[in-house]
Design a protein around this ligand. Structure first.
Ligand SMILES: *[C@@H]1O[C@H](CO)[C@@H](O)[C@H](O)[C@H]1NC(C)=O
Length: 223
């Protein structure tokens, strides 16, 4: 008897947990598209002492995904894909990973910009599609600040479902993050691999020369 009631109690907890999970994932229905824009602003005026004539950004990338996928996260460690994005701007490894998570159902939509440098003052946009039924209501994206050792900008795990409805817009600043894989301290420093890697962290305003300031803004608009 005891075994049976313990089993029933456990089964009840599993059912309750499953019900909670489906409530959480089914909160927003449908699969709307979002246009995600990176509004880059990096000039000698906005960033005195931290500008190079060759200043640019790398091809942007964005993904709509479930809780099970992480492109990058503050205090986490850079994946091989994010290490490449942050150090070289290459999205090849990131795209391989995105395709694998897409096949597993954890990324519902993703896009990367055309190869080549992105001007330091420009707006670049990509479109992705969230999916309420698939539980994919999070948005992540990134782009390398270049030249730099392993510094990047982007957004991480932005929730586009407010619990019942899809947000019409979401936005934020493009602060600068250190991927923790190269120890160079200036824009044009030679490669110095960080072994072992350190965690991804946001630059502070006090870090010379004001790396902590914004390099523009990002906007996600439901279309
Ligand atoms: C979510 O957004 C909808 C539509 O704008 C609004 O009616 C609702 O109050 C919002 N819910 C929360 C929890 O903010």
């Amino acid at each position: 008897m005891r075994t049976t009631s313990t089993f029933l109690a456990a089964a009840g907890a599993v059912v309750a947990a499953a019900a909670l999970l489906s409530l959480a994932t089914a909160a927003c229905t449908g699969a709307p598209f979002y246009r995600v824009s990176f509004n880059f602003e990096w000039t000698p005026t906005t960033h005195p002492n931290s500008y190079e004539p060759s200043a640019h950004f790398s091809p942007i990338n964005v993904a709509a995904h479930t809780d099970a996928y992480t492109m990058w996260v503050p205090a986490g460690y850079a994946t091989p894909g994010m290490k490449d994005v942050a150090e070289t701007g290459s999205t090849a490894a990131l795209r391989t990973s995105l395709a694998a998570y897409e096949a597993a159902g954890h990324v519902t939509s993703w896009a990367t910009g055309a190869p080549g440098p992105v001007p330091p003052v420009t707006t670049e946009s990509l479109t992705v599609r969230v999916n309420g039924e698939a539980g994919a209501s999070l948005l992540s994206g990134s782009s390398m600040l270049a030249p730099s050792p392993d510094w990047f900008v982007g957004m991480s795990r932005v929730q586009l479902c407010n619990g019942t409805s899809w947000l019409s817009t979401a936005s934020g600043g493009l602060g600068l993050w250190d991927a923790g894989t190269d120890s160079g301290t200036t824009l044009t420093a030679a490669d110095v691999a960080t072994v072992p890697p350190t965690a991804i962290r946001r630059f502070g305003l006090d870090e010379f020369p004001q790396f902590g300031q914004m390099y523009g803004t990002w906007v996600a608009e439901q279309i």
